[in-house]
Every structure is written in C-alpha cells, then in structure tokens.
Ligand binder design. Structure first.
Ligand SMILES: O=C(O)[C@H](O)COP(=O)(O)O
Length: 206
C-alpha cells in the first residue's frame, strides 16, 4: 500500500514580497506565487501523482496554492478539509512589521531566534512549539489515519506550520529545525510505513 503524504508551502504572498511578518493575516498570492503554484502542480503531474484528499489552512494564500495545484492535476474540486490548526504561526506584535526593520530594532540574532527557534515565541505570538501543539494533534487525528488507510494526501500550508510537522516526521532536534527552511511553492513528498514512520522524503526543491 502506498502511504503518500505531500506537503507544500504556499506560493509567494504579497506580504512575502514586501518582507512583512504575516502570520494569521490574509494577503493573496503575487504573480510569482501563482506561477510557483502552477510549477508545483506541473512537477507533481510529471511524477504522475494524484490525490484522494487535500488539507489546507483557512488562509487564502494556502487555499489558492492548493486550488492551482489541483487544477494542474485535473483534480479541481477534490475533497478538501480546511482548518485553522494548519494556519501559519501567529507572529503576534511583529505582524505587519518589515523584517529588516525588525532586525534593526531588535537585532539580527533576536529576530532569527523568533523566526526559527523551537520554543522562543515572538512577542504576543506563537513559538514553533506552540504552533506544533495545534498542528500535530490535528495531523494525528485527521490526516495521518487517512494516509495510513492509503488515501494519497496533499497538505498545502505555511512555512512554520509545516516546519512543526516536518520536525515530527523527520525526528529533527530543536537545533536541526533551527536550520530548516521551506521554499515557497515547493512540494515535499513523503512515503510512510504502516506506523506513520517516514520511509522516504523527496524535496522537489533539490
Ligand atoms: O508569516 C510570515 O511572515 C511568513 O509566512 C513566514 O515568515 P518567516 O519565514 O519569517 O517565519
């Protein structure tokens, strides 16, 4: 049985382009982000992958990315579950702030820690650990059982909500997740064993 799970971060958003902390705000995709989503769909199509189920957040940048990918696969209208558990990490007081201005105000190191560490939240926001505390229960309750039942599944979400899931899937340490970046619109293909362990990972960015 093929236990297929594909994760993909949304394509570039309007606030990614403006270099603004986005979190739970809901900007759309840029033209580049739309093109990235089409390319992701084409990559999956070239690999002859199709899906039985889709999951995404309640934010439009992820939903639009998913719609474009499914369109490329001829699977528009595929059964899709949308849940805020998969939303991007909440950036709290940094939301809407320019990332370079934040670096000037708070220092390069502090901003890196807020963006990429496991358990240090941005002011008023969520740490990766706090994000995982909503992503992982949802994954284990709603997504994993369907993958283990052989439902080929795609999850279109966000840089940090996916990093929290990847940390679990790949058994990464807090030190290792610090270095893990996800490109926009780049599918990562996992095949799982009967216990949900990872047999193989194929990052289409590579
Ligand atoms: O929410 C955001 O600002 C981005 O989607 C992710 O930001 P980060 O890459 O700085 O964590």
């Amino acid at each position: 049985m093929d236990r297929l799970l594909v994760l993909v971060r949304h394509g570039q958003s309007e606030w990614n382009l403006k270099n603004l902390f986005t979190g739970w705000k809901d900007p759309g995709l840029t033209e580049q982000g739309i093109a990235e989503a089409h390319k992701a769909g084409e990559q999956l199509k070239d690999l002859k992958l199709t899906f039985d189920l889709a999951f995404t957040s309640v934010l439009s940048r992820a939903q639009k990315t998913l719609d474009i990918i499914l369109g490329e696969l001829g699977q528009t209208g595929l059964e899709t579950f949308k849940d805020q558990a998969l939303n991007e990490r909440d950036y709290g007081d940094l939301t809407g702030m320019n990332k370079d201005e934040a670096r000037e105000q708070f220092g390069e190191e502090q901003v890196h820690i807020w963006r990429r560490s496991f358990d240090v939240p941005p002011p008023g926001g969520e740490s990766l650990k706090m994000t995982a505390e909503r992503v992982l229960p949802y994954y284990k309750a709603e997504i994993l059982p369907k993958v283990l039942a052989g439902k080929r599944t795609i999850v279109a979400a966000h840089g940090n909500s996916l990093r929290s899931l990847i940390m679990e899937l790949e058994g990464l340490s807090p030190e290792e997740i610090l270095k893990r970046e996800l490109g926009t619109g780049t599918p990562i293909i996992y095949r799982l064993d009967e216990n949900g362990g990872v047999i193989s990972v194929q990052d289409l960015a590579d």
